[in-house]
Design a protein around this ligand. Structure first.
Ligand SMILES: CC(C)(COP(=O)(O)OP(=O)(O)OC[C@H]1O[C@@H](n2cnc3c(N)ncnc32)[C@H](O)[C@@H]1OP(=O)(O)O)[C@@H](O)C(=O)NCCC(=O)NCCS
Length: 331
């Protein structure tokens, strides 16, 4: 038994935060952002819910799942597993997966959150496919939803240019065909935990006036350190997965990389000896949407994908978390 993606849905907010607008907020410019990172604009979730609070990760996730339902004809009553990947939960408790399920009146699905940061989609897909392969779940939704604008400090030019908001939802089902998730090589090593983090809001630094005044609830990143490891570890994992599956560059239809920095993506493709036209890249239009980047690429390239295409997915993120997966497209 194998586990295969059988549909992809997505939601991106309408508001486009351009480099031009950012350059009026902090000391930055289009030229710096394009040459160092490769982003032109990001989507930002605005608006209020019916209780006067902000729209959150669960609201985007609900819209992504509704898109998936519309595209696939999926009956949500049949879904028995709902895994949500996010670093921007609606709140610490309950899980965002429980909130999403509640809003969609899903009464049956086992639901929980996974935090693998920018590798979250790979962690989630690996986990979901284990349930499916074991036969204990039959229809799983993996929803990846990130309201990065809620944890970005728009006075910090080193991080505020990088991130955007988005949500995606993929359906994963069993198959007896030789398609779907064929291999995964995922890692975590907490030696990198200090270089990319949100310092406050947890049990070691609960929210206080001082933490708010000190901007401690926002993302802090030492970009150079993270870049250094991202560029090697993501490529290493990718090459390892290719080697152990006897895949050469010509066997691969697409590299689907996490979209954090165009230079990291290019370095990975180069190590694989893969031509640029086989690499999915949309960082220019969305920025880094954390765990939603890879499925957002699948969503945008869906029409070009063919059954049997060999895809390599690769990511690197906070923790550090990183890895690569080999999937054979199923439709
Ligand atoms: C964040 C990142 C784009 C910064 O690029 P970089 O080439 O490392 O740039 P540096 O941090 O060395 O900064 C170089 C200079 O640009 C400045 N700078 C930083 N952000 C800037 C901005 N938005 N606009 C203009 N200048 C900026 C810095 O202050 C620094 O100036 P200085 O030399 O006077 O001190 C890059 O490090 C990166 O992509 N890191 C990894 C991100 C990532 O993969 N995250 C993991 C998953 S989420």
């Amino acid at each position: 038994m194998n586990a295969v993606i059988t549909g992809v849905g997505a939601y991106v907010p309408e508001y486009r935060l351009t480099n031009e607008e950012l350059s009026r907020m902090v000391d930055t410019n289009d030229e710096w952002i394009m040459t160092r990172v490769g982003i032109k604009e990001r989507r930002i979730l605005k608006g209020k819910n019916e209780n006067g609070g902000d729209l959150g990760a669960s609201d985007m996730a609900v819209l992504a799942i509704k898109d998936l339902v519309k595209k696939t004809g999926l009956n949500l009553d049949e879904v028995d597993l709902l895994v949500c990947t996010t670093v921007t939960p609606d709140a610490p408790v309950p899980s965002t997966a429980a909130i999403i399920g509640g809003k969609l009146e899903m009464h049956k699905a086992l639901s929980f959150d996974v935090n693998g940061a920018c590798s979250g989609f790979l962690y989630g897909l690996d986990l979901v496919s284990q349930y499916i392969k074991a036969g204990s779940k039959k229809k799983a939704i993996l929803v990846s939803t990130e309201k990065m604008s809620s944890i970005v400090d728009y006075t910090d030019r080193t991080t505020c240019v990088l991130f955007g908001d988005a949500a995606t939802a993929v359906l994963v089902e069993p198959t007896e065909e030789n398609v779907g998730v064929l291999d995964s090589d995922l890692h975590t090593d907490g030696f990198g935990r200090e270089w990319l983090k949100i310092p406050a809001g947890g049990s070691v630094m609960p929210a206080s006036h001082e933490t708010v005044d000190g901007h401690k609830h926002f993302i802090y990143q030492e970009g150079k350190q993270v870049f250094r490891y991202a560029v090697t570890y993501m490529a290493d994992a990718t090459v390892d997965v290719m080697k152990r599956n006897n895949l050469k560059a010509e066997d691969i239809a697409w590299l689907v990389p996490h979209q954090a920095n165009l230079r990291i993506i290019s370095a990975t493709a180069e190590r694989m000896e893969l031509p640029a036209e086989k690499v999915m890249i949309n960082i220019e239009r969305y920025g880094n949407t954390t765990s939603a980047t890879i499925p957002l690429c699948l969503y945008e390239w869906e029409k070009q994908l063919k059954k049997g295409d060999n895809l390599i997915l690769a990511a690197f993120g906070a923790g550090f978390t990183w890895g690569a997966m080999y999937i054979k497209w199923g439709y």
